[in-house]
Each structure stands twice: as C-alpha cells, then as structure tokens.
Write a protein that binds this ligand. Structure first.
Ligand code: MN
Length: 733
C-alpha cells in the first residue's frame, strides 16, 4: 500500500489548525508562536513513527493536546507539553534539548510525564501504593497528571487497534487508576468516557447489552423528557432566566454497576437519565437563583423529601457544585433534576482547570492552581483514613487477591491475600522480620501467624535477641519472607558448624589423629554422615562421641574384610532402610562382618551392649548383655558366645519400647506425642495410654537409630510436666 505523504502532510496541518482554534481563547500574546514551535519540533521528532493503526504518530500528540485544550481547558504551557509528551521517551530528543528549546518549566513537566510512564505503564501489576507515590512526586505540577489523563483518554479512544491482551491490560488499568483519578480531579466527562470505554474492553458483552437497550429505549425516553420539560421551559422563561434544560443519560458504566451491585434488571432502573437545568447568572446571584429554580420546579412536580442534595452550600471535595432533587414526574415516574450555573457546569465537566477561565490575573490563576495542588498533596500525605477515601475505589475491587495494610505511620504495604503479620514484618525490612517477636494489629496483640485483612494497621514488635526459627517457614506465604528465613537458618547452621569444626579439631588432636581433609572425610564415611559440614554441626550439638573416633582409628588401622554371606538374615520389618545386616555388627575376636539375627527376646538396637550366641538352627543371634536370658546363656554355653559390636549407622531404624509413668495431667498425652513427633527421624509405631485413678501409664513403640538416640528421647520425655518415670521396655506389644 502506497502512502500519500503529501495528503498526510496536509492532514497534519489541518489537525493543527483545529487545535489552535480550540485553544485560541486561552492563548495570550506570544503563546501562539511557542505552540507552533512545539508542534514543529514534535512533527520532526516523530516523523518516522506510526501508530498501530498505521497513521502518522504525530496525530496522537495533536489529539492529546486537543483534549487538553477542549476537554480539560489547559493553557499554552499545557498544550506545548501535550504536543511534546512522547518525544523524550520515544524519540532522539533529550530532556536537555527540550529545556534548551522551551525552558525549565516545560522540561520539568515532560520529565514528570516520562517518569509516570516508567512507574505506571511498565509494571505488570499496578499497585495503589505505587500510584500514590507517583501522584506525590508528580503533583509538583498538576499538569503532568492532567496531560497523562488526556494521553490515556486518546489511547482509550483508539484502543481498537491494539492486540486483545494489550486492550485488557490498558482498559483494566484505566478503570483501576485513571477513571477514579479523573473523578477525584473533578473531570467528570473524562471520567465517564474512560469508564465506559474501560467496560467496553474488559466486558464487552455487559457493555453492549446496556448500550443496545439504551438505544432501543431512546425514542421513548426522548418523548418523556420532552413532556417533562415543556411546562418548565415556559415558566422559567416567564421568570426571565437565561437557561438550558435537557435530559442527560446516565453512563453505561454506572448503569452496568447498578445492575450488578443492586441486582436489578435494566428495565427496573428508573434513573436512566437526569434532567439538567443550567442557568446563566452572575457569580453573586448563583446560590439564590439556583434555589429560585428549585422552588419553581417543585411547585410543578412534587419532590421526594429524602432526595435533596445541596452541593452549592457545601461543594464536594472534588469541587463539584450543584443542586440535586428528585421529583415525581408524569406517568408516576421519579426523575432526578440537577440545577446549576454555567460556571458550575463547566467546573463539573472539566474540573479545576475550568477555574482559570473565571479568573483574570495570572497571579490568581497561579494561586488557584496552587491551592488545589496543596489540597491534593495533603490528601495524599495525610494518613487520616477519610483523606485516603478515594483510595477505596482501588482497594480490592480489581485486585481481590491483594490486600493493603498500613504501618503505624500510615505507609501502605501491598501483600497477597493470606499474608501474615510475619510477612508484613519482612515486607518492611529484613531486619524487622528477623527480629520479629510479635505484632499489634489495630492495637491488639496478635501472634506472628496472624492473617492480615485489608485495612489493618500493623505495628511489628521486635527484639534484638530474636532470630528466625525453623517453624517460621510455616507462618509466611510471601516468597520474600520465605527466602529470607531460609537463608538466615542456613547462616545459623553454618555458624554452628564452624563452632563444631573447632570441637572436632580438638577431639582429633586429643586422639592423635591429624585434622586433615582426608581424615575428616574418611571419618564422615565411617559414620555414614553425608558431609563434613553435617559432621561439624553434629559435633557442635554434642552428638559426636570420643568413642566413635577411637573406633574409627581402630577401623582405620585394621579395616575389616567383607564377611561371607551364608543366610540372608531377616532384620524384622523394622528396618526402614534395609541393607546387608552384616554392615551393622562386627562379630568375633577379629571383628568380622558375619551374618546374624537380632534376638526378639531383648530386642537389641545399635548402641546396646551386645553379644552373639551361636545357635544350631539360626546362626548367630544377638542379645543384649542385660537380657534376662543372657546370664543363663553365658553361664551354660560360654563356648558358644561370641563378641559383637555395633558399627555406627544412622540410616537404619530399630523398634524400641518406652514406658512412661506419671500423673494424669491435662494435655500430657498431647505433650508427649508432640515431643516424639518433633524429634528428627523418629517414627511412632504404636502408642497406648491407660489412666487409673489419676495415675497414667503409657507404652510407646518407636523406631530409633541407636541407644544414644533413644536415651536422648527418654531424657526429653522425663522433663514433660507430670511425667515421673520413663523406662525402656523389651517386650513388643
Ligand atoms: Mn502518548
């Protein structure tokens, strides 16, 4: 397709002329030249660029400038900035160039516009917090925000050229940020159009459903409006008012919202439109004239007493002034009537920028703008929840999977739903998270695992003695908190291991064993410990015995030859990680690895003092030396007894029984099971509790690695409140 460049050049100039016409009223001496210059710079800068629609890119800045002039009412500086708004970001033109050509002020606004797109447009998930920050920094000059709104307005009007997912993103963002912002700034027309277009692209079915119905019912509505205003026109004219009276349809977006929130059908909505009366009257007579009109109308149509809104005496915070009433119209229908002056109407449609028109001196313009700006700044900085009211528009509606919580100073934090007080602490700062001991939510003390709700105010309590604990990992859901806790735990473990290293070094030294990498690694292998760090860590916890070092030295000097296998032994089903049984015991004077069987009568486990007994049918059987049978065996069959010794092996579990006796305390059973289940590598096989007249007796069968392990567990159990005795039992039950 050939592009007719000459025709395009003409069209660009044509559009420029329309723009100049639109802002002529507001241009002062010399303004026209500077606008022309901005136009030429922008045309040159964007000359190679085209929009998604294929049109020359410059159409966009001209359209944005047009919106600024016509719909927002900005003056020369605003128009210049609108024309240049995409140059620094998208073309070779630099901020310095702009400053050189147009001065400090224009450069400052362009810089602000470039920053906004950096913060808002490029983030995948928009956060109200980000937005607030942007507003705070950008409100240095409100024109930054106004031009950004005009930019967004034009992009929404031309959104059909974008890809579907881009449409969704831009439209949601518009509903989330820009429409409420336009509302807040009193730019009613822009707000309404942004909302309608936003709905059109996020929910086109809902949009067209209402749009079609509105169109279908239009003739009927027109007829009704005519019937309603006819008599009023006559009376108002007789009274000498200069006025306009007309029907104003509600926006598709607001009708859609009404059907959704109130659950009513389109047909049931009575206020699909409002009657607006705009009178032309001098400033000092505004209030009394509006009330005069009110009086005339309510003489004719009966008003609903509950539905009178006087925003003339007390304007809305966004500057809106108007008098609203609802009256009973023809055919028994309620009709909303809005009474206002031309000034109020322009203000309502164009916002504060419209003020400029009604002030003459430049100083007045400045002070008005300054006052307004000041109010917006205060609103953004003030932690008073009422001042943050407009943020409610954003909260949760579109981002229901996020929640917003506040620091005691009113800073907002955005967290995923389900986040806890501890997540919040890590969100503030890693250090705050690591030292967190608790939190106050809305002044009430809560545990670390407390799940936050939107709007919660959270004060984190810290102590410099606190360090992250293993179970914290169960209290947090944010990736940030999880990774910080994990790395802190790892760090702690590493530190402990470093202490353990010194302990190991001393132990080696005492046993005249060189503390070399080779020896350490061999020792680890001998103990079947996966790494030297693990060994040092155990050493620090006091879990490496001198005896083990001695055994290792002995083993090192006289390695055992692999034993011969005769019978494949059955080491019960208790062995969780079965390997050749011969690995666990060395038997006989030369400490060979022979096959054996653990005797069921005393149920030996590694660490027990044991001996082997050679049987006729079942080979070597291993008994504990304090086995009730042992004395008999040792005295009668001494020649059949062989020495036996355990090799260390953490990987295999053995069944052992523990008997617990105590007083029947509340929660005793719970405490005991909690301890056992919190121990590493302990599995309970069975548990039986009996209580008799306040006395408590429990039998627990558990799988443990060795006696050290078992004794440790028994020691811990002895400390449980109410427990008076803990002993090992032999019989399995
Ligand atoms: Mn743009």
């Amino acid at each position: 397709m050939k592009i007719d460049l000459e025709a395009e050049r003409k069209e660009i100039l044509n559009r420029y002329k329309i723009l100049i016409k639109a802002c002529k009223r507001r241009l002062e001496k010399g303004d026209k030249e500077i606008v022309r210059k901005a136009f030429e710079v922008a045309v040159e800068a964007h000359k190679e660029m085209r929009r998604k629609s294929g049109e020359p890119y410059i159409y966009h800045p001209i359209a944005v400038a047009q919106i600024c002039a016509e719909e927002i009412g900005l003056g020369a500086t605003g128009i210049v900035c609108a024309l240049l708004h995409d140059t620094v970001e998208d073309t070779d033109l630099t901020l310095e160039d702009v400053k050189g050509l147009f001065g400090e002020k224009v450069a400052q606004i362009i810089n602000g516009l470039t920053k906004i797109s950096g913060v808002i447009d490029n983030t995948s998930s928009i956060q109200a917090e980000n937005f607030r920050k942007v507003l705070l920094t950008m409100s240095e000059d409100i024109r930054v925000i106004l031009i950004k709104l005009a930019d967004r307005m034009h992009n929404m009007r031309t959104l059909e050229h974008m890809k579907r997912e881009k449409q969704m993103k831009i439209a949601s963002e518009t509903l989330f940020l820009y429409a409420p912002l336009a509302h807040r700034l009193g730019l009613n027309n822009i707000k309404t159009e942004l909302e309608d277009l936003g709905l059109k692209y996020t929910n086109s079915e809902g949009y067209y459903d209402i749009a079609v119905k509105l169109q279908e019912t239009e003739p009927e509505r027109k007829r009704f409006v005519q019937k309603f205003i006819e008599p009023l026109k006559e009376i108002l004219g007789e009274q000498g008012f200069q006025f306009k009276i007309f029907g104003r349809p509600k926006s598709i977006f607001s009708i859609y919202n009404k059907t959704k929130t109130k659950g009513v059908a389109f047909e049931e909505i009575y206020d699909l439109f409002a009657i607006r009366i705009v009178i032309d009257t001098p400033l000092e007579q505004e209030k009394s004239d509006c009330w005069k009109v009110y009086s005339i109308i309510t003489d004719f149509y009966h008003p609903s007493p509950e539905r009178l809104r006087d925003w003339i005496s007390t304007p809305k915070s966004n500057g809106y002034e108007s008098l609203h009433t609802t009256v009973m119209g023809p055919e028994g229908k309620w009709v909303e009537v809005q009474i206002r002056t031309v000034r109020m109407d322009e203000l309502a449609e164009k916002g504060y920028a419209a003020h400029w028109k009604y002030k003459d001196s430049a100083a007045d313009k400045e002070s008005k703008l300054e006052n307004w700006l000041q109010r917006i700044r205060e609103m953004l900085e003030n932690p008073d929840p009422n001042a943050l009211e407009f943020m409610d528009d954003f909260k949760l509606n579109l981002f229901s999977d996020e929640l917003f919580a506040f620091t005691p100073k009113g800073d907002m934090k955005t967290l995923p739903v389900g986040a806890t007080a501890l997540d919040f602490a890590f969100e503030i700062h890693t250090k705050v998270g690591e030292q967190c001991i608790g939190a106050k939510v809305n002044f009430k003390l809560v545990p670390l695992s407390y799940e936050l709700k939107s709007g919660d105010q959270v004060e984190i309590l810290t102590s410099n003695k606190q360090t992250p604990k293993e179970d914290w990992l169960g209290y947090v859901i944010t990736a940030k908190a999880k990774s910080k806790i994990k790395s802190s735990l790892k760090e702690q473990r590493k530190k402990t291991a470093e202490e353990g290293r010194e302990i190991m070094e001393r132990k080696f030294y005492k046993n005249k064993l060189d503390f070399t990498l080779q020896n350490v690694n061999d020792f680890c292998q001998f103990l079947k410990i996966p790494s030297s760090q693990e060994l040092f860590y155990r050493a620090a916890l006091g879990n490496v015995d001198i005896k083990e070092i001695k055994e290792y030295i002995r083993f090192k000097n006289n390695p055992v030859k692999p034993g011969r296998k005769t019978v494949t032994p059955k080491i019960e089903q208790l062995v969780t990680n079965a390997r050749g049984s011969s690995d666990m015991l060395v038997i006989g004077d030369d400490m060979q690895k022979l096959d054996y069987k653990l005797s069921p009568c005393c149920n030996p486990i590694p660490g027990d003092d044991v001996f082997g007994f050679i049987t006729v049918a079942e080979g070597i059987k291993i008994h504990r030396v304090n086995c009730p049978n042992a004395i008999k065996l040792l005295s009668n069959y001494a020649y059949r007894v062989v020495k036996a010794k355990w090799l260390n092996d953490q990987m295999i579990s053995f069944l052992a029984g523990i008997k617990i006796i105590g007083t029947d305390e509340l929660g005793l059973v719970n405490n005991i099971t909690k301890i056992i289940s919190s121990e590493n590598n302990v599995n309970m096989r069975s548990i039986k509790f009996d209580t008799d007249d306040g006395l408590f007796e429990g039998t627990i069968m558990i799988y443990v690695h060795d006696t050290k392990h078992l004794n440790h567990l028994m020691d811990v159990l002895k400390k449980v409140k109410g427990v008076t005795k803990v002993e090992r039992i032999d019989e399995k039950n």
